[in-house]
Design a protein around this ligand. Structure first.
Ligand code: MIG
Length: 689
């Protein structure tokens, strides 16, 4: 049951794809307090209530006990004290005696106090009088989330190759660099499907240009890579360099496509290329214009992009720079004591990503000038929409890989996200585990973190454990920041063990891809907290470091340094699969309850639910070489089970074509196992307990 309530005069953000008529009267469950410029919602929390949601946020799966902000931020240090990351995902759901959720559809700043000030109260402060609020209630939390997902529409599905292993680094400097990376993977038997191109491929950080000294004959290079089954994925930044000799800049100025100051001049923001203008992605013509520019790269064979710095990130504005310089001038010659000294450093540090700048520029929405501060959280989504709308025009039948850093609910229909600049910390591996189900609740299914960690130096054991988790994340991309230790897996002594883990990923793709696409089409979560599947099990309900992956698998990743295993909670009897460094695996039935499960650094452990089996392919060096028609069915059952496998050409969009569905059947009759496939071309083997 979903009810819609309108407060003030909200704009259409594009978050919701279902049309509902608005209710009269007041919001159920929540106390509502409307003052001139704000809406405050409060709701009591009872002792057992768990609060889910908020998508890309810090801390636990249960958000209770902390506070969060809807304020898309470029903050590369995700420590526990942080309250805002890159996305605004304003959906929270309470699960306890009752199950309900609330979605606050507004670009405005929101403060979610979830039992932070008062442990028994959730208090939500919306800094705007205008919002559409959806209230969803159901008998269980899964239904609440599913109804929400139906409201916001089907999630983005990337091409199959985007389920392969992907390598990135800021920054590969040349075609030669990238060739080496690919060659080193191929020669060590490490599967690879994509290499990302960070800002250094561009000519002076100008979007849609390629430096032709570092990348001579780029089109030939793209084809050369394609022949090797490698997709190149270039980055696109939000800011357009101010440069009279750059056509994108000139066209933007001539057509009035950039964000304006109050006096009508183009707003200037300092980012990578120095001074830039921000395209006004709220104008449909500007979206169309910017989107067309991707064609320069798609015409060369590029079929994937990542949109970065689209919160938007602002190193400085001219306004902010001037104010800070004046401040510094005032302090010149002063005897700087405790206050004035910190004022000085604070003033200079505060130039970047200063919210004051959000009032220094305007967007045009339906002919009306609106300050950025009122729309901030929608900017990244609209940049990505520009790209997605363009891809629809270029070829409506073809899937593209698209990732965005900044997001708002609604963008999940156009693109995936990566979770931004994490660090090479064990705590961020755990954060990655916890963020995944929350993101899924908010529609973001194609997602993953920078595996191995972006900032700081990784260690081979952290990278290995991280990969063992990332084997299950739809986006499996190793990425790291400039200046940090090299992090491609072949850099390390035990590269065979790394290769083996990544080869397991490819073995699992028939299962992972099926579960992913089915989750999208059924508005389900691909990653779920155990509480969603075992709501009556009071221990399972509290587990934060194990996840269900699709309908048949549970994972319990190791996320502590030097650990040689961990305690796992099994809510029911399951089959433990231990994947060994020689590529073989052992299976064992494990009882319900807590168990210590050993997992050496190079071993991957996962669990298959009783009465289920999963399809495994033979490994391959790329998804293009993966044979989905030769499968081993691995599982544990008493008598009979079916598996609905989804398998298509990996690039077109006919998701509902019945030929994409293959029913696999296993029948166990005492010791006799028989297997069947609805597609006679599938060659089957079985490994059934
Ligand atoms: O301020 O393009 O999140 O993945 O490598 C850093 C350089 C800008 C931030 C992205 C990161 C990327 C980096 N970018």
């Amino acid at each position: 049951m979903i009810k819609k309530y309108i407060f003030g005069k909200p704009m259409n953000t594009g978050a919701v794809s279902q049309k509902l008529s608005a209710e009269e009267g007041s919001l159920p469950v929540f106390g509502t307090d409307i003052s001139e410029n704000k809406i405050n919602l409060t709701c009591p929390l009872s002792e057992r209530d768990i609060v889910y949601g908020l998508g890309e946020a810090n801390r636990g799966i249960n958000k209770r006990g902390w506070h969060y902000e809807a304020k898309n931020s470029d903050d590369p240090v995700h420590t526990e004290n942080k309250t805002a990351l890159y996305g605004a995902h304003n959906f929270v759901a309470v699960s306890g005696c009752e199950h309900f959720g609330i979605f606050i559809d507004t670009p405005a700043y929101i403060h979610f106090d979830i039992g932070y000030s008062d442990p028994d109260v959730m208090s939500i402060d919306i800094h705007s009088p205008d919002a559409v609020i959806y209230f969803i209630a159901a008998d269980d939390i899964s239904t609440v989330v599913r109804e929400f997902r139906q409201l916001i529409g089907k999630s983005y599905i990337p091409p199959l190759w985007a389920f392969g292993y992907q390598q990135s680094r800021w920054g590969y400097q040349s075609a030669e660099d990238i060739r080496n990376v690919v060659e080193n993977h191929r020669s060590a038997g490490i599967p690879l499907d994509a290499v990302y191109m960070d800002i250094d491929y561009m000519d002076g950080y100008r979007d849609f240009t390629v430096d032709n000294v570092k990348f001579p004959e780029f089109d030939k290079f793209v084809s050369e890579m394609k022949e090797n089954n490698i997709h190149l994925v270039p980055i696109i930044d939000a800011g357009v360099k101010i440069d009279e000799n750059y056509d994108v800049y000139r066209e933007g100025v001539e057509n009035g496509y950039f964000c304006k100051r109050a006096d009508g001049s183009n707003f200037v923001a300092g980012v990578w290329p120095g001074r830039t203008h921000f395209p006004d992605f709220f104008m449909p013509e500007a979206r169309k214009w910017f989107g067309e520019k991707y064609r320069r790269l798609t015409d060369l064979g590029i079929d994937g992009f990542w949109n970065d710095m689209n919160e938007p990130a602002i190193f400085y504005s001219e306004e902010g720079l001037k104010e800070a310089m004046e401040h510094v001038d005032r302090l010149k010659g002063e005897n700087l004591g405790i206050d004035s000294f910190f004022e000085l450093t604070g003033t200079v540090a505060g130039i970047s990503n200063n919210v004051k700048d959000y009032d220094h520029f305007y967007h045009t929405v339906d002919g009306e000038k609106i300050p950025h501060s009122k729309l901030h959280n929608l900017y990244g989504m609209n940049m990505t929409k520009a790209a997605a709308e363009a891809f629809e025009r270029f070829d409506p039948t073809k899937r593209m890989l698209m990732l965005s850093r900044s997001s708002y609910i609604g963008m999940h229909r156009y693109s995936g996200i990566w979770t931004g600049d994490n660090c090479s910390w064990w705590s961020h591996l755990l954060l990655n585990i916890k963020q995944m189900p929350s993101l899924n609740m908010c529609g973001f299914l194609y997602t993953g973190a920078d595996v191995g960690g972006f900032g700081n130096d990784t260690t081979p054991d952290l990278l290995m454990r991280w990969l063992e988790f990332a084997v299950f994340t739809p986006l499996m991309r190793n990425h790291s920041a400039a200046g940090t230790r090299d992090q491609e897996v072949y850099r390390f002594r035990n590269s065979a063990a790394f290769a083996n883990i990544i080869r397991l990923r490819y073995r699992l793709i028939p299962y992972l891809y099926s579960e992913f696409v089915k989750s999208v089409l059924n508005d389900d979560m691909y990653f779920r907290p155990l509480a969603f599947d075992f709501p009556d099990d009071s221990i399972a309900v509290g587990v934060e470091d194990q996840l269900m992956v699709g309908n048949s698998v549970m994972i319990a990743p190791v996320y502590e340094q030097n650990a040689r295993g961990r305690i796992v909670y099994l809510p029911e009897e399951m089959l433990r699969v231990k994947y060994l460094p020689d590529g073989s695996y052992e299976t064992r039935v494990m009882p319900k309850g807590h168990s210590y499960v050993s997992a050496e650094l190079d071993e991957v452990v996962f669990f298959i639910r009783k009465g289920h089996f999963i399809p495994l392919a033979d490994s391959a060096n790329s998804t293009a070489e993966l044979n989905m028609k030769k499968l081993t069915l691995l599982g544990y059952l008493d008598y009979k089970a079916n598996y609905l496998m989804y398998s298509d050409d990996g690039e077109s969009k006919d998701y509902y074509d019945q030929n994409n569905y293959i029913t696999l059947t296993v029948i166990k009759d005492n010791r006799d196992i028989s297997v069947r496939s609805s597609d006679p071309d599938v060659e089957l083997a079985a490994d059934i307990k």
